[in-house]
Each structure stands twice: as structure tokens, then as C-alpha cells.
Design a protein around this ligand. Structure first.
Ligand code: PLP
Length: 218
């Protein structure tokens, strides 16, 4: 199946209101452009350097979301390219992004990455640390917290991700109900190629799909 056919099928199957992020790591600008031509509106990138090259070729034909682990020393470059950072998991990173965004005169949409599995995953804030992090960074004017993102486990049957999606959805609802000024629980980004249906069942309204769109990564 071509990228075009894959995107068309996915867009038909996604329920209304669920946003598709095309996870494009290792993919060429030509492949990214094919996905955009087929209806993809958001490109997800894991590495700043790779994104710089893709962005140079593709530009503003899509919105760009950072979905990898962002080192603070890459924040300046990231702010130049990305429309959203889905993986904020520390005050330091949030402050650095805030500083760079204020200099650039933009407000960055950010999601808080939740380490819902707590073990085995390197990145993300533990579920019970999310509220404190959000309260701390909510006043920063250069960023705007707009939701949560989680990965789920890397191994095991797809069904093994369900508890992690449930934990993250519960947290999303709980934090949303707190009425913290300056933030919004609008986006719940979870689900990948092998787990997106389950993630949507559990409340995701943004899914990040790589292989299902582009085929296997070499
Ligand atoms: C690669 C990646 C995805 C997509 O994974 P697939 O299994 O290819 O769909 C989603 N989210 C993140 C953070 C990724 O790195």
C-alpha cells in the first residue's frame, strides 16, 4: 500500500475530532510530502536535526510537532521550527522553551509527557508529579500547556498498553477539573501503529502514527 492509500484509509477510520500526527522519523521529505498531499496536516519529528532538514524541504505545508526527547540545548532550534512540543517533562525544559519563545515572540503549545508505565521508560514525568509540574509552569507566558502525551510500554502485546492509557486519561480529566489558570486539558496524545484503536477507545484525541502511514522503518 502506498503512503497515499494508507493516509486515506486512516483518515476514513479515525473518529471525528481525533487528530492525526504522522510520525516521520527516518522518512524523507518526499515521503512526508506524499503524506501531506494525502491529507496529513501534522508532522511529528523525534530529532531536531532531522526536523531541520525536513522543514527546509516541506516548510509550512504542515504543522510540526516535536514528539521525541528534547534536550534544553536544542530548545532554541526547536522553537524556530515547531508549532507544538508534546514531550515537556521538566521545569528546566519548560523554562528554557518559555525563554526562547518570548525572544521569538511566539507562544508554544506544549503537552506534558506522562511516564505512565513508570518503569522501563526513560522520559516523562510520573503521573503523581504531573500536577505539581503543571502548576509550576502554568504562569510561563511563552508556553501554553494544552494537554498530556504518553507512550505506553514498548514491548508486549498491544493490549498491554491499555492500563497506561487509562491512567493517563484519568489524570487528564483530573487535572482538567482543577481549573488551573493559564492551562487547558484539550489534547490527549496517545496511541501508535499497534495501539491507536485502543488509545482512541480510552479517550485519545490525537494519535501519532508512523509505520501505519509510511511502512516499516529500515
Ligand atoms: C515513532 C513514534 C511514534 C509512531 O510509532 P509507530 O509504531 O511507527 O506508529 C509515535 N510516537 C512517538 C513518540 C514515536 O517516537
Amino acid at each position: 500500500m502506498s503512503i497515499r492509500e494508507n493516509v486515506a484509509r486512516i483518515l476514513r477510520e479515525l473518529p471525528p475530532g481525533v487528530e492525526l500526527v504522522a510520525a516521520a522519523k527516518t522518512k524523507s521529505p518526499a515521503e512526508i510530502l506524499e503524506a501531506i498531499d494525502a491529507g496529513v496536516r501534522v508532522i511529528g519529528e523525534n530529532y531536531v536535526q532531522e526536523a531541520i532538514e525536513a522543514f527546509a524541504a516541506v516548510g509550512k505545508r504542515a504543522r510540526w510537532h516535536f514528539i521525541g526527547h528534547l534536550q534544553t540545548n536544542k530548545a532554541k532550534k526547536a522553537v524556530e521550527i515547531f508549532d507544538a512540543i508534546e514531550t515537556v517533562d521538566s521545569t528546566d525544559l519548560a523554562r528554557e522553551l518559555d525563554k526562547r519563545c518570548r525572544t521569538a515572540g511566539k507562544t508554544m503549545s506544549v503537552l506534558i509527557e506522562i511516564n505512565s508505565g513508570e518503569e522501563g521508560q526513560k522520559f516523562g514525568v510520573a503521573p503523581d508529579g504531573a500536577e505539581a509540574l503543571i502548576r509550576e509552569i502554568a504562569p510561563l507566558p511563552g508556553i501554553r500547556v494544552e494537554g498530556l502525551m504518553t507512550m505506553g510500554p514498548f514491548e508486549g502485546a498491544p493490549e498491554s498498553a491499555r492500563p497506561y492509557f487509562k491512567i493517563t486519561k484519568t489524570l487528564f480529566d483530573r487535572i482538567g477539573a482543577l481549573g488551573i489558570p493559564g492551562i487547558e486539558m484539550k489534547w490527549l496524545s496517545m496511541g501508535m501503529t499497534n495501539s491507536w484503536r485502543m488509545a482512541v477507545e480510552e479517550g485519545a484525541n490525537r494519535v501519532r502514527l508512523g509505520m501505519l502511514i509510511f511502512g516499516p522503518r529500515s
